[in-house]
Design a binder for this molecule. Structure first.
Ligand code: HEC
Ligand code: HEC
Length: 212
């Protein structure tokens, strides 16, 4: 069993990453966000019935990278990724990089959501697996770690998280050679031995959002 050499690897190379959007205009971002609210909600708390995740309180760099990935087709363009294709079709309000950075800055400034508890989850098993397989990158409380490009998971609904985990495992996300961070996550998407372990990990992640 390997002991997560990747975080160290990521740390070494983070200086090469694109600079954060220092001059992003969150006020303009709030205006740009208006059409997005139909799916993601007025406060960007998400809408599981539409498969639209919460965006509030997420790291701006992560959000901007996902929007560029959708635009470039490195996310959401694979056959079978219907939710990703839905999102890919929604980029017209964001015509350029400045608009993407502005909307990301606005979303990052909003309070992060709390996720509903996961039925049947065994939190102790979930905590054990989370801390040994996920926490080194995503943070001990699933709060995310921008230095490792790992997004916040706490507060995202379990249905969305499970779909993304399975998308990585199935090669619907994180296979494009240009998708460097998606490919790092894809390596981790076989780390949990059973579906019940994934359920338990998602239950643990949800419990962290309820403690904040
Ligand atoms: C028609 C509904 C719809 C609209 C409108 C919409 N989205 Fe989405 N969005 C989705 C869905 C569905 C997903 C989940 C895709 C997946 O499962 O991979 C998503 C995913 C995302 C993600 C990825 C989040 C993550 O955690 O990786 C971002 C960022 C995002 N949307 C931003 C926006 C922005 C900004 C707008 C407005 C310009 C917008 N969306 C408009 C449906 C929508
Ligand atoms: C080596 C570091 C690393 C480890 C360990 C890791 N991840 Fe990730 N994870 C990432 C990175 C980096 C991303 C962002 C990928 C991108 O930019 O598309 C990510 C993204 C995700 C996403 C998508 C979130 C979203 O908003 O769409 C989920 C879900 C996820 N990870 C779950 C897990 C789970 C569960 C584990 C443990 C089994 C885990 N990760 C372990 C680095 C890691």
């Amino acid at each position: 069993m390997w002991r997560l050499p990747l975080p160290a690897l990521l740390l070494c190379c983070s200086a090469l990453a694109a600079p954060a959007a220092a001059a992003a205009d969150a006020v303009r971002g709030a205006t740009l966000y208006a059409p997005c609210a139909a799916c993601h909600g007025a406060q960007a708390l998400g809408n599981p019935a539409l498969q639209a995740p919460a965006l509030a309180g997420q790291d701006a760099g992560y959000l901007a990278r996902q929007l560029r990935n959708f635009r470039a087709g490195t996310r959401g363009a694979t056959d079978g990724d219907t939710a990703g294709a839905t999102m890919r079709a929604q980029l017209a309000p964001l015509p350029d990089d400045a608009a993407i950075d502005d909307v990301a800055a606005w979303l990052a400034s909003l309070p992060a959501p709390r996720a509903a508890a996961v039925d049947g989850a065994l939190l102790r098993n979930g905590s054990n697996y989370y801390q040994s397989k996920c926490g080194a990158c995503h943070g001990a409380r699933a709060e995310g770690n921008p230095a490792l490009f790992a997004p916040r998971l706490a507060g995202l609904d379990a249905g969305y998280l499970a779909r993304q985990y399975r998308n990585f495992a199935a090669g619907l996300r994180g296979t494009d050679p240009a998708d460097r961070y998606g490919r790092q996550m894809r390596l981790m998407a076989t780390a949990l031995p059973a579906e019940t372990d994934l359920r338990d990990v998602l239950g643990f992640i949800a419990s962290q959002s309820q403690q904040e």
